[in-house]
Design a protein around this ligand. Structure first.
Ligand code: F6R
Length: 260
C-alpha cells in the first residue's frame, strides 16, 4: 500500500485526479469505479476542470458507482444518482449508456446485484476504483462485520454511518437504513484502488485501515491485501499514522510520484 500525505484537501484532490489522468492516458477506454460523499468532491471538480480546460477525454470511459441508498429515486437530491449527475457526469462527456449506478428502487435486489457484478465483469473489470472511508472504517457501505470477500448486495447501514450522513438530510429519520453496495471482494477485484480521506474525523479510521490488523471490523483494512492500493490523505486525516515519516520519505524519493 502506498500512503501519500498532502498538506490540505485541495492537494489531496489534485493528486488523486492525477492518478485518474495517468490511468486514462494509458487506457482511454478505462473502467472507473466512482465514489460519492463529501471527500471526492474536490477530485471531481479537478477532473471537470481538466476536461473543460485541458480536454481530458472521457468519451470512451465506462463507470460503475460503489453504492446507492435503497428507496431513493434517481431524482432525489440525496440519491447518489443525483449526486453523480450534479457533480460530475453532467460536466464531462461519458456516454450515458456507459454510466452504471446501483439501483435504489429495483423490485428485485438479489437479481439486480447479480446483474451489476456480471456487468462489471463483461466490461473487463474496474481499472481504477476511487474510494472514500467512513468514520467507522467502511469502504462503500461495507459496514463493520462485512465479509472481506462480499459481493454487491443489500446492506444495513451502521448507526455511525446514519449519524454521519444525517448532515445531508433534513432529519436523521430521513436517512435510509439500507443501501445497495459493491462488496469488499468486488472492490478488491479492481486493478487499482485510490482511497481519499480528509479531516480529523477520519484520522482514527485511516490509521486502523493502514496500520491496524486486516479485519472485517474495519473493511478499509482490506486494502492491505491489494497489490496496487494508494491512500491519499491530508494532514488532519494523517494525524494518527505512526509511520508517517516513512511514508513521506518513500513519496519524496519516488521520481514518478504524481505531484499536483
Ligand atoms: C460513498 C461511499 C462511502 C463514503 C464514506 C465517506 O459512495 O462509498 O463509503 O466514501 O462514507 O463519506 P464522506 O466522504 O462523505 O465522508
Amino acid at each position: 500500500m502506498e500512503v501519500i500525505i498532502q498538506r490540505d484537501y485541495q492537494q489531496m484532490s489534485k493528486t488523486a485526479a492525477q492518478i485518474v489522468v495517468e490511468v486514462l492516458n494509458t487506457k482511454p477506454n478505462a473502467v472507473l469505479g466512482m465514489a460519492t460523499g463529501s471527500t471526492p468532491l474536490g477530485l471531481y471538480q479537478e477532473l471537470v476542470r481538466l476536461h473543460t480546460e485541458e480536454q481530458l477525454d472521457f468519451s470512451r470511459v465506462t463507470t460503475f458507482n460503489l453504492d446507492e441508498y435503497v428507496g431513493l429515486p434517481v431524482n432525489h437530491p440525496q440519491s447518489y444518482h443525483y449526486f453523480m449527475h450534479e457533480h460530475f457526469f453532467r460536466h464531462v462527456d461519458i456516454p450515458r449508456n456507459n454510466i452504471n449506478i446501483p439501483s435504489g428502487t429495483t423490485s428485485n435486489y438479489p437479481a439486480f446485484c447479480q446483474w451489476y457484478e456480471k456487468r462489471i465483469e463483461e466490461c473487463g473489470g474496474i481499472d481504477l476504483q476511487i474510494l472514500g472511508i467512513g468514520s467507522d472504517g467502511h469502504i462503500a457501505f461495507n459496514e463493520p462485520g462485512s465479509s472481506l470477500s462480499s459481493r454487491t448486495r443489500l446492506k444495513t447501514l451502521s448507526k455511525q454511518t446514519i449519524d454521519d450522513n444525517a448532515r445531508f438530510f433534513d432529519r436523521r429519520a430521513d436517512v435510509p437504513v439500507y443501501a445497495i453496495t459493491m462488496g469488499v471482494g468486488t472492490i478488491l477485484d479492481a486493478h487499482k484502488l485510490v482511497l481519499v480521506a480528509s479531516g480529523s474525523s477520519k484520522a482514527k479510521a485511516v490509521a486502523q485501515a493502514v496500520e491496524g490488523p486486516v479485519t472485517s471490523m474495519v473493511t478499509a483494512s482490506a486494502l492491505q491485501l491489494h497489490r496496487d492500493a494508494i491512500v491519499i490523505v491530508d494532514e488532519a486525516a494523517a494525524a494518527s499514522l505512526t509511520m508517517r515519516e516513512y511514508y513521506e520519505f518513500i513519496y519524496a524519493a519516488k521520481p514518478a510520484a504524481p505531484r499536483a
